[in-house]
Design a protein around this ligand. Structure first.
Ligand SMILES: *[C@@H]1O[C@H](CO)[C@@H](O)[C@H](O)[C@H]1NC(C)=O
Ligand SMILES: *[C@@H]1O[C@H](CO)[C@@H](O)[C@H](O)[C@H]1NC(C)=O
Ligand SMILES: *[C@@H]1O[C@H](CO)[C@@H](O)[C@H](O)[C@H]1NC(C)=O
Ligand SMILES: *[C@@H]1O[C@H](CO)[C@@H](O)[C@H](O)[C@H]1NC(C)=O
Ligand SMILES: *[C@@H]1O[C@H](CO)[C@@H](O)[C@H](O)[C@H]1NC(C)=O
Ligand SMILES: *[C@@H]1O[C@H](CO)[C@@H](O)[C@H](O)[C@H]1NC(C)=O
Ligand SMILES: *[C@@H]1O[C@H](CO)[C@@H](O)[C@H](O)[C@H]1NC(C)=O
Length: 482
């Protein structure tokens, strides 16, 4: 029993000693991990320490330092004396600040380059005598999600027997692993690791949509790449059609092959179609190439050209089957009916014209009439005004005796004043308006194309001049059916 007493005393002494010493109250998370793009966004990072002191203790100096993981020597970033404000060393002024009692602030959005071991050193007096320093350190780890640095071709074309190399490099921290796969095929059949995909001695079966994926522990990025196989004209044939994409509203950028919107939609559509034809049950429909010819309004129509081996029966069936439920791929909503893109309107004798004769014997009311003296007659003249719509132009046919009195037939013109009458006969004036030019304005609405122009009829003299304006239009179906 007697032997136990000194031990109890010793424990008591130790407890008293601990409660008197300076100690950390709060420390940064160790390690402190940031993910670029996730929690380094504009905010500054604060490494916060706080400490508890006893009345007998006096803080002499607090210093922040940093060193790389593999370096022995640390650099001083900032320090203070006797509880005064921190001074940041000039080299670090734009990157760090420090606040009391012991917070180090990384002022700029943290990047990979800020990966240091940050330490704090506190020297202090106890009962006016210097004591050993109090220190702590924290490692800052910055992860960077993968970023593709070298993109594979969005689209390439290769001949049978040739080789093709596609490269897809990525940066990131940790360094991402790049893998390739072929859409519509299982990994078992196609499994390539590394930034370079080599297709050697290419065959028809290599047609398809490939995808490289760069992945690390904090994210992934991927890029698609369409591989078309060259096929001579006499071995293959093209099938062109339109797909109406109802989930994509028309934008002017879709008319510009350099626009990113155009490129993105183009590869999305091409890749989804490629996927369908690389599924094993469809490979006998030998597809060699996909071309997205253009986009047209309504909502957005993709004009697609597929190149198949000749004599394939019903080559579009796999696609038609795939879009039966109105979805191409996972999220492109489409009409289930493919469209015939033969847009050149056939001759007016066929049914393509929706309104061949727009207005006959019935002029629209003149839209402007200025300083026109009241007509002597009480009945308005009835203008004989006929419009014929042809594949590439419109013809306005006006009976001369129906023109306003005083109208000089040679002065009639179209929306563009430089486009005058085409010919004048005894009875009529004929003005031809091309679909492109002479001020013809085109509007696309759904399946229809409207071409607007107007005949301007100047009449009268000097102050008594007036203008009668007769707008007209032709309507064409865009795909050969009304
Ligand atoms: C930043 O985000 C990562 C992942 O979301 C998380 O693990 C980490 O703790 C965050 N760091 C901070 C300082 O909030
Ligand atoms: C300060 O940050 C910038 C980038 O924000 C960096 O280029 C520079 O090297 C940093 N300076 C120091 C001393 O760390
Ligand atoms: C794909 O290849 C990688 C590396 O070569 C291998 O670790 C993985 O198991 C393969 N996956 C399949 C499904 O074969
Ligand atoms: C390419 O493939 C064809 C058929 O698959 C084969 O006959 C030919 O020898 C191959 N060429 C080379 C260079 O491997
Ligand atoms: C697309 O551009 C062409 C020429 O650049 C132009 O003629 C055509 O009207 C445009 N189409 C649409 C729908 O904007
Ligand atoms: C295949 O196409 C060629 C050229 O178009 C034609 O001459 C031939 O008769 C076709 N063969 C069959 C089996 O349809
Ligand atoms: C598209 O329409 C044109 C003209 O009406 C016709 O000749 C052609 O066969 C049609 N194409 C398809 C694929 O139906």
């Amino acid at each position: 029993m007697a032997k136990l007493i000194p031990m109890v005393v010793a424990l008591l002494v130790m407890t008293v000693g601990l409660s008197e010493a300076i100690r950390w109250d709060r420390q940064p998370e160790k390690p402190t991990i940031l993910v670029e793009g996730v929690n380094n966004t504009g905010e500054s990072l604060k490494l916060v320490w706080t400490y508890v002191t006893e009345p007998s203790e006096f803080i002499l100096r607090v210093t922040f330092q940093r060193r790389r993981d593999d370096a022995d020597v640390a650099e001083d970033i900032a320090s203070n004396f006797g509880g005064g404000p921190f001074t940041v060393f000039s080299k670090f002024i734009s990157n760090y600040s420090a606040s009391l009692p012991a917070t180090l602030i990384l002022r700029n959005p943290v990047t990979n380059d800020d990966e240091f071991i940050y330490s704090i050193v506190v020297s202090f007096l106890r009962n006016d005598r210097p004591e050993p320093i109090l220190s702590d350190q924290v490692q800052l780890i910055v992860f960077v999600p993968p970023r593709i640095t070298t993109e594979p071709e969005r689209e390439s074309k290769v001949s049978v027997g040739e080789n093709l190399m596609l490269t897809c490099s990525a940066s990131g921290d940790p360094l991402p692993e790049v893998t390739w796969n072929k859409e519509g095929q299982t990994l078992r059949l196609f499994n390539v690791t590394g930034p370079v995909l080599r297709l050697v001695n290419v065959t028809r079966e290599d047609f398809g949509s490939y995808k490289c994926t760069a992945k690390n522990k904090v994210g992934e990025a991927s890029r698609p790449s369409l591989v078309n196989i060259a096929c001579p004209e006499n071995q293959c044939e093209d099938h062109e059609f339109g797909i109406r994409i109802t989930s994509v509203r028309w934008r002017q950028a879709f008319n510009n092959s350099n626009a990113i919107e155009y490129k993105t939609l183009k590869s999305a559509v091409a890749l989804e179609i490629a996927k369908i034809y690389t599924q094993s049950q469809n490979t006998e429909k030998q597809l060699y190439g996909i071309t997205i010819v253009e986009f047209r309004e309504g909502s957005t129509i993709a004009v697609v050209r597929l190149r198949f081996e000749r004599n394939i029966s019903d080559p579009l069936k796999p696609l038609e089957d795939a879009i039966k439920d109105g979805i191409l791929g996972r999220n492109i909503r489409v009409d289930t009916q493919l469209l015939n893109t033969t847009i050149h309107p056939p001759p007016p004798s066929t049914t393509i014209l929706l309104s061949r004769i727009f207005s006959a014997m019935h002029p629209p009311r003149p839209s402007t009439t200025t300083m026109h003296p009241p007509r002597p007659s009480t009945t308005r003249p009835r203008f004989a005004f006929t419009i014929s719509c042809f594949p590439s132009y419109m013809v306005a046919h006006i009976a001369r005796d129906s023109l306003p009195s005083g109208a000089d037939v040679s002065l009639l013109h179209l929306n563009d004043p430089s486009c005058g009458v085409s010919y004048v006969t005894k009875k009529s004036v004929i003005i031809k308006a091309p679909l492109k030019g002479c001020g013809t304005v085109r509007r696309n609405i759904g399946y229809k194309m409207f071409f607007h122009n107007k005949v301007v009829v100047p009449s009268g003299y000097r102050e008594k001049r007036s203008l009668s304006v007769f707008p007209f239009k032709c309507v064409y179906s865009r795909f050969g059916f009304p």
